[in-house]
Write a protein that binds this ligand. Sequence first.
Ligand code: ZN
Length: 423
Amino acid sequence: MSRDPHNKKPAATRFVNGASEVLTCAPGAADLVGRIPGGAVAMAGDRILAVGSDSEVAAACDLSGAERIDAGGGIVIPGFVDCHTHLIFPGSRVAEYSARVTGAGPEDLKNLGIPTGIPATVRMMENASQDELIESALERLGHMLRFGTTTVESKSGYGLSVKGELRMLEINRRLQNDQFIDVVSTFLGAHEFPEDRSRERYVEEIIKEQIPAVVEAELAEFNDVFCDEGYYTVGESRRILEAGLEKGLKAKIHTDEYSHMGGSKLAAELKAVSADHLNYTDDDEFALLRDAGVIGVVMPGLDFAVGHSRPFNARAMMDAGMILALATDLCPGCWLESMPFVIQLACRLYRFSPAEALRAGTYGAALALNREKEIGSLEPGKRADIAIFDLPQYQDLAYRLGRSGARTVIAAGNVVHTAASQG
Ligand SMILES: [Zn+2]
């Protein structure tokens, strides 16, 4: 954008105003959520051109040819960034969930003949058609969009073979082209162990066959492992993450969800982009993660869906100076598409303030995907991903439980969702 005073002001294509408040969630703002009472956002094509008061935005750009989007007295926030999901899966595990909520344990489920956990989904995956996988993922993405989400990370991990993992990552690419949410692809060959090969052989397969194939086809940006008791050891996780780093896949780790094995220390040592779950992480490890710049991704919805007995300690993480991100962890064990619901749980059960939760679901989550220069806040030059909610102030996102479909969602400068009626 030229600053030459003889040049005309840059022309906006669309602008939003009529808001109760705009929350930029920008780093460096005076408060955590960058609150601008009233406020307006102007866009040119897929980019944000100006953010500020009505008069500031009118001074910064030419609005004469721009389409006006009325915020209707609601709040205007960056589109949510859902930075940890297992979006692609066949069918559902509703029978398992229904039995577990009344207290059924592993033996009961076995006696009832209900297949459980990741292996159940892996078996369903083998028989699922491509169309079923794409259609069901598109349906979930549609719900996510209506809840104000404009970026979703999507992991493989139900294939557990070269062919099966590549198939999931190819679906990510297809989803990226077939709908409005930006899909960020993560390889998670180390999600579980297959039933027909030895542990050692499968780790070798991930390192020597899966990672090279994923990199060759440019199908993923991140490499993730499930480092926990009953899953991958710290040693196996290290080998897999290092093999990915060597080939340019950035590291993520599921760790400390059900045990404390040292996965957080490994994340700090490898400078992973994020460490996710963190229920059993020690206080002294929070400082290690902070110093290594590892974003802590916490998922209140997953803990809610599995009735987790050990809450993660978000306040201690924040007190230690860690940067946190919130995500749904959408998967067959936690069928959750709504970031507002995640914010509601984070505030009431994990002592986030509404400002901390909003920040963690937008800018914090963008950091957890290495996308903070592109998305996660409303700033000139960033992608115009915007959600508008019919709420008088942002704290109502946390307060009005289970309400929270978006009024309007804008992705890359286009209006991609408008609520049918506002009540
Ligand atoms: Zn996960």
